[in-house]
Design a protein around this ligand. Structure first.
Ligand code: ADP
Ligand code: ASP
Ligand code: MG
Length: 447
């Protein structure tokens, strides 16, 4: 019998009925004799509601207290799921991240997992329990404070536990049938991707496809944890994320009886993944969480770019794209860059403070931008992809503000109000639209 780690996202446990449905699914696995560790997110939009509450009582909530508050969301889910399982006659015990041995650094709000010591989980499993763990949280080994791992962090908890327990598979249950060629909420013609390489999934996640947290994909890749993203609501086989998309993959030993699809690793002649040619493009991702800073009339002399980016780096901001335009008229340049909206206030304040020393004329900011990215490992050997992308956007009258590329990705920044249209236009232009309307969104608010 095998050990499976299952993670259920917020929309999968949004109310009592959904918790009971999850309990039924977990019970099927436990009754079949598998050892099951379940990681849960906070119910529905609880995390956002708690964040709103914090800001209603305090302009700048202390990071330590914010983490204490937010981790309460996952504690509710773990306890009610445990009760629902006990009600079905399945023995279960719930654990906070700290009790489960999730050890992190001390950075509140975006802590990194340093170690996992799942001693209590092992003894609970050995005693015949389903072990339920509150996702998204851990405890700092230095300060002993409770920390959170950042938005979407329960995905990372699940993978870290799967690695530490040497689980056979880590299943990420969510409100869509897997990883799609674009967010099904904005591209209804999106197609489910049966298998995707971790390299491409990393780019998708880094570019905003929040179906998996970026750090979780990195972690799974580093520790060789097989990931299976699938729906809580349908029972269909979802998306397998593996190092080599064509490589042999362990068969999912936990197949539910109502699953109609082919098992991963056992392709049939009808399965898309049997085709010898991998598609050049895997998908389109979008991100609205970044803002754009433009530093105007920077003297065009050596050292100025360094001074600007040292100033910004000093605030801990995560810079994404950078563009510099040199003016031929007055020997000045304009430097624009994007960064997470949450990092913008500190970066702007630091730049304004350094304005006189660096000698630029002005600094401007907008959060009304969005980034759309085209991802595909096949791009490496296919010239003309950028030209086709820019042509499609041009035809649709969508202006491009910034461009950046990697070996397997092209990203462009557009006006935020045109972002969703840009995703659909690119999806269609690269032949990704499905005829059958496979993309179903079962639950969630997309918040
Ligand atoms: P959970 O609460 O289960 O963690 P999330 O809201 O974090 O769920 O992630 C699932 C959502 O990710 C989907 O509802 C979908 O809107 C969004 N999403 C964005 N890009 C993609 C993609 N390429 N494939 C599937 N879902 C995506
Ligand atoms: N509840 C947290 C969030 O909303 C963590 C998670 O769901 O993974 O980001
Ligand atoms: Mg999530």
């Amino acid at each position: 019998m095998s050990l499976v780690v299952q993670k259920y996202g917020g929309s999968s446990v949004s109310d009592a009925a959904s918790v009971r449905r999850v309990a039924e699914r977990v019970a099927t696995y436990a009754r079949a004799g598998h050892s099951v560790v379940v990681v849960v997110s906070a119910m529905g939009d609880t995390t956002d509601d708690l964040l709103d509450l914090a800001h209603e009582v305090c302009e700048k909530p202390p990071a330590r207290e914010l983490d204490m508050l937010l981790t309460a969301g996952e504690r509710i889910s773990m306890a009610v799921l445990s009760m629902a399982l006990n009600n079905l006659g399945v023995k279960a015990q719930s654990f906070t991240g700290s009790q489960a041995g999730v050890i992190t650094d001390e950075i509140h709000g975006k802590a990194h997992i340093l170690d996992v010591t799942p001693v209590r989980l092992r003894s609970s499993l050995d005693a015949g329990n389903v072990a339920i763990v509150a996702g998204f949280q851990g405890v700092s080994c230095t300060t002993k404070n409770i920390t959170t791992l950042g938005r979407g962090g329960s995905d990372t908890t699940a993978v870290a536990l799967a690695a530490a327990l040497d689980a056979d598979v880590c299943e990420i249950y969510t409100d869509v049938d897997g990883v799609f060629t674009a967010d099904p909420r904005i591209a209804p013609a999106a197609r489910r991707i049966p298998k995707i390489s971790s390299e491409e999934m990393l780019e998708m996640a880094a570019c905003g496809a929040k179906v998996l947290m970026l750090r979780c994909v990195e972690y799974a890749r580093r520790y060789g944890v097989p990931l299976h993203v699938r729906s809580t609501f349908s029972g269909k086989v979802g998306t397998i994320i593996a190092e080599e998309p064509h490589g042999l993959f362990p068969i999912d030993p936990h197949r539910m009886s109502d699953e109609l699809d082919t098992l991963p690793g056992q392709p049939t002649a009808t399965d898309e993944e049997t085709s010898v040619e991998q598609p050049i493009i895997s998908g389109v991702a979008h991100d609205r969480s970044e803002g754009k800073i433009t530093v105007v009339e920077v003297p065009d002399t050596p050292g100025k770019a360094a001074a600007i980016f040292e100033t910004v780096a000093g605030t801990g901001a995560n810079i994404d794209m950078i563009v510099q335009n040199v003016s031929t008229i007055d020997n000045t340049t304009a430097i624009s860059f994007t960064l997470p909206e949450s990092d913008a206030p500190a970066a702007l304040a630091a730049l304004r403070a350094a304005q006189e020393t660096i000698g630029f004329q002005d600094v401007r900011y907008t959060d009304q931008v969005g980034k759309v990215s085209l991802i595909g490992a096949g791009m490496k050997s296919s010239p003309g992809v950028s030209a086709d992308l820019f042509h499609a956007l041009g035809q649709a009258g969508i202006n491009i503000h910034m461009i950046s590329t990697s070996e397997i990705r092209i990203s462009v920044v557009t006006d935020q109000e045109l972002l969703e249209e840009a995703v659909r236009v690119i999806h269609t232009a690269f032949g990704l639209d499905s005829a059958g309307g496979e993309a179903v969104v079962y639950a969630g608010t997309g918040r």
